[in-house]
Every structure is written in C-alpha cells, then in structure tokens.
Design a protein. Structure first.
Length: 724
C-alpha cells in the first residue's frame, strides 16, 4: 500500500507487524488513530475479510471517525467491520443470542439515571432508609462491583459485612432480579452478560472465535476486568490481538478501569511485542516539556519519552486569582486577547475543569463578556426530561415488561393516575407474579383502585396496545410522530409559554428529526435498533467541533480531543488533585495522569489558573495551590500577578500577595484592634493577613492567610497574635 509512506518508521513497524500479540504504546498526539486505521486497512489489503475483524473503541465518536478514515482508504468494505464501543458491539451480540441467558431480543438498556431510579424503587419496596445508603451511592457501588465481576454473593464472601453492607446486598440482589423481570440490562450488564454467554455456552463462544480472526482494542489503558476477560475469551488463534493505549492517560479507575491490564500485557499474552510511538505531532516542545516534568513523578508507568519536531512555542502561563470570579474574569479577558493575537476561532479554545460545579462562575463571566460557549458533558440531549419521556413511551412499545419506563409515563401527560393507585397496581402485580403492563389490562380486579382511575388506566393501556400494533406497520419516524401528536405533548408545552417549555418543544422536535433521520438512513431498522443506539450515546459523542463557541468540559471529557489553546482551571489542592487525603499512591498518580491529559490536549498554548479562595459547599474556602504546579519545570511557565496581570517572574514563590495590599483607609491607628485586612504575626506561622473574623468574645475565630503556611483558622483567645 503506497499510503504507508505517510507513516514514520515507528508507526510503519507497528502497522506491518502481524506475528502474534502486540501492544502499541502511543504517547499523546503520536498518531494513534492513524496507526489503528492504517493497520486495519493494511490487514484487509493483505486479504483478511473485513467481517472477521473486531475493532473495539471507547466512544461512538472514535468508532465513527475511524470507520470513515478506513472507508477513505479501502472503500465500502469498511462497512463490514465489527467496529464500535465494547457496549455497542456486545449489545448487538446479545440481541442475537438473548435466549441463551434467558432474555428476549427486545431488552431495554438502562442508562445511569434509569438505574438510579430502579435502585430507589427497590429501596422503597424493601423499606431501607439507612442514611449511608443513597440511591445514587448504591447505584455507583453496584456499577463498580459489576465492573469487578462481583455478584452479590461474591461481595458477601469477600469481606465481613456491616449492617449497612448486608442491606446493600439485599438491594443489589433485588436490583438484578428486577432488571431480569423488566427484560432490561444496565450498562455494566452489556459486558457481564456476554461473559456469562461465552463461559456457559462453549458452542456460542466458538462461533464468535471463528468469526473474529483479528481483534484490535483502542484505549487499552481504560479497560476494566470484564473487558479484559472478554478479550481473553475471544482471543483468536495465534493470538491475533493488537491493543493500543497510553498508560499515562489511564484516568478511569473510579469506574473500574485497571491500568495493570496495560502494564501486565507481556505477562498476559506470552511472546507479546511492544511498540512505542513517541513522536508527538500535536504540541509544541514547551508544552511537552511541561507535561513530561509532571508525569515523570509517577512511579507506575511504562517508560517513554515524547519528542516533537514542532517549534519551541510559548511558555505556559500561570494565572493567580483571588477567587473563582476573578479567575473567570481573567480567563474571559485572555480568551479575547488570544482570538485577536492568534486570529483564532472560538472553537479553537477550550476551558477544562476537574468538577462540573466549577463551570457556573466561568459561564457567568463568558455571558457577561458576550463570548459564546458550549458545554460538553452537561445534561446530554438524550438524558433531558422531555426527551427521556418520549423515549420511555418507545421503550414500552418495544418492551412492555420495562416497568421503569412504564412508571415514568404512567401519568405523563397527566391522566389522573396517582402514585397511590400505581403502588396498589404494583402490589397486585407482585402478588400474582405478573408484569405491571399485564396488570393494567386487569386493573378492574384491583379493587383498591377507584373505578374512575381504573377507566383511566384501561384507556392508557388501549393507547399503548394501539401503537404496539402500529409499530409493525409504520416506519420508526411515522410511528414516533403519530404518537407524540396523539399525546399532545408539544401542545401542552407550547401552552405554558415559558422559555423552559419552549426549549422542551425544541428538544422534542429535535428528537423527532433524529428519529426521521435514523429511519431514512436505516429503512429496515426496527424500533429497538434506534433505542439501542441512543441508549449508548455518551456526552462526548455529541461534541460538535464545528460549532463556533468556546468549549467548556471536565478533563475526563476532554481525553481524545485537541485544541490550539487550552485553559486548565481550579489548580488547587482538594480540587485538582481532587483530594489531598489519598488512600494510596495510585489515586494521586491517577490525578497526575489526568493533569497530564489536560496539558497534552493543547497544540500551541496552555493557561493554568488557581484561586486563593473559592465558594465551596455554601461557604468561602481558602485554597492551597495544587502540588502539580510545584512539580512543573520552572523554565516552562510564567506566572502572572492577579493584580493587573503583570509578569511576576518565572517560578516565583509568591503566596497571598493580593491580600498584602495594605488598605490604610480601614486602618485604625489608635485602636489597633483586629479587623479584616490587618497584618499580624504568629509565633509559629509567621506573618499573615486577616481574611475573616467570626464570633465574639471567647468563641471568636479569625481566618488568616499566612505567607508560608496558607490559610489557617485560629481561636483568637489563644492565638497570641501581634499587630504589625
């Protein structure tokens, strides 16, 4: 293939290798996607059938882009590839083989919100009201255990259980039971169920081992225990396995990802060969040097040295702010300057934060300065209430056993079926061991429900039956439009005449357009094909890089993206890194990898910012600068003074300078009493400035910003402070 001449020597070697298991360690910006796409095209050019290649990614966006690139290289053959996310590929297999695990092909896929709702209902039914067991917390714990392939029984055996743990096991057990009864799976089941399918049915396993003659895995550092198990089960003859990843970008341990899958690859696949892609095509030398100076502090990593032929570039800029408002103000000002001096578009600029809550102040500043922005990973389109309501109707039409979806729409739009009546119907269904949907047809037997409400339930069931029948006669687009029209949802929202209701109208119409487009593109597709696709769409999959607006996102959402200019905000202890109270070094190392990911998204310029105080948990918190800033090579950045943004000198250690601007107007020479703004000295902490005084008399407390020790809160009575 002549196109291979576009590859550098290391990339070419990795593409052409085809003699056994191999891992490509691809540093940030080293052309990982190019190598993967060229390798797949190369394999097909060498005679491998596209339908025998399984290529697994972590986002639909990555799969789409890769397939498009492969199509440009080899044409329509690319459509035959088994390419997609782990979840989408194995959902596809499970729809073909559901009867082997007791499911029906029309199973629903529950997203996180659906799962939390189910957990909440289970806890209510079990009458569990322990403060430490919240539905969200329980759902997260269940998800983590599933990623570790731990059933309720496994968890029970793994440790001695507290009373709360025992109740958790009850919830986990009942949750799985209800999923099965609802003919539904959560996201984690899409990985667990294939393992059960393959382990318990050797014939099925062999069927897919024969189909998949070559397996490639992207972002291997993000695989969890279940994904690793699937890969081992399906490994083709002669271990035709290629994994690609970067251990320095492993940032998902909180959802079960195990960096050891990458670190131990040579042990797990005997005779495996390792290739390293170390030439970076994205960033300047300065950006790479800064990133390297931080990540080298991690002990658990595969050694590599990124280098680039790009220019030296500018130093990173460190912005020191008084609080989150000042931080946001300075960022907005810098964005305007960058657009003017570099001749950039707004979509060339991204602002990263560690926590979603940080976006509020940034949004306020951007709105004030009339800078258009878009948020990635906020409330995703398919997670919005009105969209989920319509999707819940569609899910019931294809899977009437889906009790969670049925409960969501039982009284939407309002049809006079209250929670009390629903509870009585559920009790009836449990007693007779039938579904809630079947109970609706027998509602006249539920004598506790009033006759008027029984009629409403019956009418609702007739409506659902009508569209269940029509779904085999109409296209998906026609069916959805007719249903929304008959329900009158758009009319209801239009009559409210509020900005929020009109936004809901727009979103429902956008959903109808999406259904029509899917129906047009996939004329033979069924309703559950559409539902399966939208249930697996993540926030980053909907990222529109063409939209001319500044991008706001968490660092986790940013992985895989790149921008000419990047702002990394909130670089303070307890925010980034998230917590100073690390149980072990591995958590701190993951936070450091996250910082590395943030820096290496940038092509030309990086701004770093931190604030000395920040409004957190309802009160002002005085922040300490992130340890990662201390780890940066001093020659790679300049620090700006928050007052007037003048250069304060490279690597200059200045703490709380903004608080030392003496305010003589407030100074009382005669009384010399403690007051906000007073400069004081403490026998242990040295010189500082008073930021806040609370209480009176013996209980009075004073918060002081000390030059060397940061902010401290002291009891005035015992502080023995001296005025300066």
């Amino acid at each position: 293939m002549k196109i291979l001449s576009q590859l550098n020597e290391a990339q070419l070697e990795a593409v052409e290798f085809n003699s056994g298991p191999h891992m490509i360690v691809a540093g940030a910006g080293s052309g990982k996607t190019r190598v993967l796409t060229f390798k797949i095209a190369y394999l097909i050019d060498k005679g491998l059938e596209p339908s025998s290649i399984l290529a697994l990614t972590f986002t639909n966006k990555a799969a789409r882009e890769m397939k498009e690139r492969i199509k440009q290289l080899i044409g329509k053959k690319a459509d035959e590839l088994w390419m997609g996310t782990f979840h989408s590929i194995f959902a596809r297999i499970l729809r073909v083989e559901p009867n082997f695990i007791g499911y029906r092909p029309n199973f629903s896929i529950y997203d996180r919100e659906d799962s939390v709702s189910l957990v909440s209902n289970v806890m209510s039914n079990l009458n569990i009201t322990i403060e430490s067991l919240t539905p969200t917390g329980v759902q997260h714990r269940i998800s983590f255990l599933k990623n570790q392939m731990m059933s309720p029984t496994d968890f029970e055996k793994s440790q001695s259980l507290t009373p709360a743990d025992k109740r958790f096991v009850e919830i986990y057990t009942e949750y799985n039971k209800r999923l099965f009864e609802n003919n539904a799976m959560d996201f984690d089941d899409l990985l667990l169920k294939p393992i059960h399918l393959f382990v318990e049915n050797e014939k099925i396993l062999n069927k897919y081992k024969k189909i998949f003659k070559y397996i490639l895995v992207d972002e291997y550092q993000d695989t969890n225990k279940a994904q690793y198990k699937i890969l081992k089960l399906l490994s083709p003859v002669k271990d035709k396995v290629c994994v690609v990843g970067d251990d320095s970008q492993s940032i998902y341990s909180w959802r079960g990802a195990e960096i050891k899958n990458m670190l131990n690859f040579k042990k797990d696949f005997k005779g495996a060969k390792i290739f390293r892609l170390e030439q970076n095509y994205r960033s300047t030398k300065m950006i790479l040097s800064a990133a390297d100076s931080v990540i080298k502090n991690n002990k658990e990593q595969i050694q590599k040295t990124l280098w680039t032929e790009n220019n030296d570039g500018e130093e990173l800029t460190l912005i020191r702010a008084t609080d989150e408002k000042d931080e946001s103000y300075q960022i907005a000002k810098r964005i305007k300057k960058e657009i003017t001096t570099r001749k950039l578009s707004l979509n060339d600029i991204a602002i990263f934060y560690r926590l979603n809550s940080q976006s509020r102040a940034l949004e306020d500043a951007l709105r004030r300065d009339k800078i258009p922005y878009k948020i990635v990973g906020g409330v995703e389109f398919y997670r919005r209430k009105e969209v989920k309501d319509v999707l819940a109707y569609l899910r019931v039409l294809t899977n009437p056993n889906d009790e969670e979806s049925l409960l969501r729409i039982m009284n939407f739009p309002q049809r006079g079926i209250g929670n009390t009546s629903v509870s009585k119907m559920i009790a009836f269904s449990r007693k007779l061991n039938i579904s809630l949907f079947k109970t609706m047809a027998r509602v006249f037997e539920v004598i506790e429900v009033k006759e008027r409400i029984q009629k409403n339930v019956k009418q609702f069931r007739v409506l659902l039956d009508k569209y269940i029948d029509l779904k085999e006669k109409f296209s998906i687009g026609e069916l959805t439009s007719a249903l929304v029209d008959e329900l009158g949802i758009l009319r209801i929202y239009k009559e409210e005449r509020t900005p929020e209701s009109m936004s809901r109208v727009d979103n429902i119409q956008e959903l109808l357009s999406a259904v029509q487009e899917f129906s047009k593109t996939n004329p033979n597709a069924k309703l559950d094909d559409f539902l399966s696709e939208v249930s697996l769409i993540a926030g980053v999959d909907q990222y529109d890089e063409k939209s001319n607006a500044v991008t706001l996102m968490t660092v986790h959402s940013a992985k895989g993206l790149e921008f000419p200019v990047v702002f990394i905000t909130g670089l303070e202890e307890d925010i980034f890194p998230l917590s100073p109270k690390f149980d072990n070094d591995s958590k701190l190392e993951e936070e450091r990898r996250l910082f590395y990911v943030a820096i290496t998204r940038a092509k030309e310029k990086v701004y770093l910012s931190y604030a000395r105080s920040r409004y957190r948990f309802g009160e002002v918190a005085y922040q300490s600068k992130s340890r990662f800033l201390d780890e940066l090579d001093g020659s790679t950045y300049d620090e700006l003074d928050g007052l007037g943004n003048k250069k304060a000198g490279r690597r200059k250690k200045v703490y709380y300078d903004e608080f030392y601007q003496q305010s003589f107007d407030d100074y009382d020479q005669e009384r010399r009493s403690l007051r906000v703004g007073s400069r004081v000295t403490h026998t242990m902490f040295g010189i500082g400035k008073i930021l806040q005084i609370t209480g009176n008399g013996d209980t009075q407390r004073v918060t002081i910003a000390f030059e060397k020790f940061g902010a401290k809160q002291l009891l005035t009575k015992f502080a023995n402070l001296k005025m300066l």
